[in-house]
Design a protein around this ligand. Structure first.
Ligand code: SAM
Length: 281
């Protein structure tokens, strides 16, 4: 009989993934890291037995947390990624030739080293790009002291337990806003609202107090089970109202061929069902 791994994230609901082969299982200084092979999803990375990313469906998550803010902003040159140790977010940001500099702040060097070796398809060479500056530090500490000037900040964090918890605090969001340019955009991973509604509500409450335009947008990622995932969106600029033809023009100019993102999906992602709207203050 095959082995199965059961995710330990929600109190009343779990997903299981078949482990065809356990490729790595070890504790870093911060968390327990596993990589295994699964028939449908390919290589799967878990931290403390919570799925972080998979070879098969990571494109949806990474594309939606990068192309949406970057193309909506339209002139993003400096991008900050908080977390993102597997390199998938850096991969998608660096597909934009117009981005001149990316700072990525990851707390756990173990995740980066390990991903380079076991999940090279995720970073796809991003760690060797001269535009990327990798900082090993707590993202909350980094942002407290940063000078700022970022056009886009993407928070690619773990869930709000363990080292990722500080990345969901009002203090962190306040510092993130300070680190943005005047029309900069902050996007965050906010879990699956059907199961983690309080998490989204807390972020939206903080964003509404900080930003002129505060909302969330959605995408369905199979291994983040329980319905669509929410991404927080905060800006004082007009990026969200960028017309479809303008998004299309910017997108065509990139030459990127994504698996999920299209300008139409981009706009539709901001249409929220009732149960999600109720979580917004
Ligand atoms: N997409 C995933 C999800 O939602 O399950 C998360 C992706 S994973 C790349 C998140 C990364 O955030 C991990 O590499 C983790 O080490 C990092 N991380 C957690 N807390 C952090 C902190 N305080 N500062 C910087 N990075 C942090």
């Amino acid at each position: 009989m095959s082995d199965w791994i059961r995710e330990s994230l929600h109190p009343d609901y779990a997903q299981s993934l078949r482990v065809d082969e356990m490729l790595y299982d070890s504790k870093t200084d911060h968390q327990r890291l596993k990589v295994f092979q699964n028939g449908t999803f390919g290589r799967v990375l878990t931290l403390d037995d919570v799925v972080q990313t998979t070879e098969g469906d990571n494109f949806i998550y990474h594309e939606m947390l990068t192309h949406v803010p970057i193309l909506a902003h339209g002139a993003a040159k400096r991008v900050l990624i908080i977390g993102g140790g597997d390199g998938g977010m850096a991969r998608e940001v660096l597909r934009h030739d117009t981005v001149e500099h990316v700072t990525m702040v990851e707390i756990d060097a173990g995740v980066v080293d390990f991903s380079k070796e076991y999940l090279p398809m995720l970073s796809a060479g991003a760690f060797d790009d001269p535009r990327l500056d990798l900082v090993i530090a707590d993202g909350a500490e980094f942002i407290r002291h940063t000078e700022g000037g970022y056009d886009v900040i993407t928070v690619d964090s773990t869930d709000p337990i363990g080292p990722g918890e500080v990345l969901f605090s009002d203090t962190f969001y306040g510092h993130a806003k300070r680190a943005l340019t005047e029309d900069g955009v902050l996007v965050t991973q906010n879990g699956v609202p059907f199961l983690q509604g309080q998490e989204l509500h807390n972020t939206m409450r903080a964003f509404t107090a900080l930003f002129v335009d505060a909302t969330c947008y959605l995408a369905t990622i199979p291994t983040y089970a329980g319905g669509p995932m929410a991404f927080g969106w905060g800006t004082d600029g007009l990026a969200r109202s960028t017309p479809l033809e303008v998004l299309q023009g910017r997108f065509d100019a990139t030459g990127i061929t994504p698996g999920y993102y299209t300008p139409q999906v981009h706009q539709a992602a901001f249409a929220l069902p009732g149960y999600v709207t109720k979580l917004l203050p």
